[in-house]
Each structure stands twice: as structure tokens, then as C-alpha cells.
Write a protein that binds this ligand. Sequence first.
Ligand code: CA
Length: 222
Amino acid sequence: MTHILIVEDESRITTFLEKGLQASGYTTTPASSGADATAIALDGNVDLLLLDLGLPGQNGLDVLKDLRGQGFQAPVIILTARSGIDDKVAGFELGADDYLTKPFRFEELLARIRARLRNPSTPADHSPTVLTQGDIALDLRTRRLRLGGQPVDLSAREFTLLETFMRNADQVLSRQHLLDLVWGYDYEPGSNVVDVYVGYLRKKLGSHAIETVRGMGYRFTR
Ligand code: CA
């Protein structure tokens, strides 16, 4: 299993990241301070590190400098509210591989994580590249859907929603959980966007692919 260390002092964001990454097939460990992060990272089995910059005590850039100085090799993605060019330049100079500013969309973070883990100089990503269920085959590398062998067009959001359903087949997923996983945390409260997109997927996959579980949410059953 690919192991991601999440260095973040805001528990709301840590929870959001852990839920999303675990649902996407990763194992995660949270760390809320630089000292904890350094100890876990140097312990050796971290495949990728997500690093907040505004941390209590030692800030994220110092953590990064320490880790790279001590030979930590895994990719580091900085995830921060700081969007200034100075922080970005400093981050890359100290050995970060990527930089994403908050607020962010979970699907973009996931795409960046996958891109970093595909780099052959880093440990291999053993998660599957094609999800299949019945006659549905969803290729995570080419981002294409085949239904009974025939290509079907999906928007980026439809793709991420279907991927989430397929990774959690036969489980009931609440609208809130789907909003968190697919839309990130910056959607409109009370939004019916999940229902709208489930409707789009049903049109493309057949209406029985996704079951409505009254009062609870949706279940992918195909
Ligand atoms: Ca912070």
C-alpha cells in the first residue's frame, strides 16, 4: 500500500484529506507538528508527504529543509494557504516536488499525487490502474471509460464521481461524503450537485448502476 504522510495542523483539513485518500486506496498517517512529521518521515516507509507551511513551532519550510538534509527522498507536495511567489520559490529550492494552494479541489490534489507517484525515481504505486465492475472498465491512467468495450465520454467530475463509486462498490455513500470526496470542501451548502451528477452517470451507465438508498445516499451496484 502506498503510504502518505499528512503534515497539517488544522484537524478539519486532516480529516478531509485522510477520508479522501483512504477512499482512493492509500494509507495515511497524520502529523500536526514538524517534530512529529520528521520522526515519522525518517522512520522510512513514507511514499509521499503532503506538507502544510503554517505549522505551530517549526514551519513547513524548515521541516522540508531538515528532511532533505537528512536524506529523505520521497516526493513532497506543499499544500498551503500561502500563495506568494517567495514561498513557492523557497519550497522548490528546498526540495519540494509540487505546490498546491488552499482552497483546493480534492480531485486536483489526487491527480498531482498520482503524477508524483508515477515518477520512476520514487517507490512504485501498486494501486490498480483499471477499475472494473461487470462490463464497466475505468482506466485511471488514460481517464477513459469503456462500457462493454465501447468508449463512453465522461467529464472530469463524472469520472471522479464514478471512480469514487467503483472504489466503494456496494457501500452506501451519503451525499455529504460524496461532496467531500468529489467536490472538495468549497461547494455551496445545500447543493444538489450530487443528485445532478448521479443523474448524468445513470444516463450513461444505465439507471440501475446507481441505486438510491432512501434517506441515506447512493450505492453503486452494477
Ligand atoms: Ca496550517
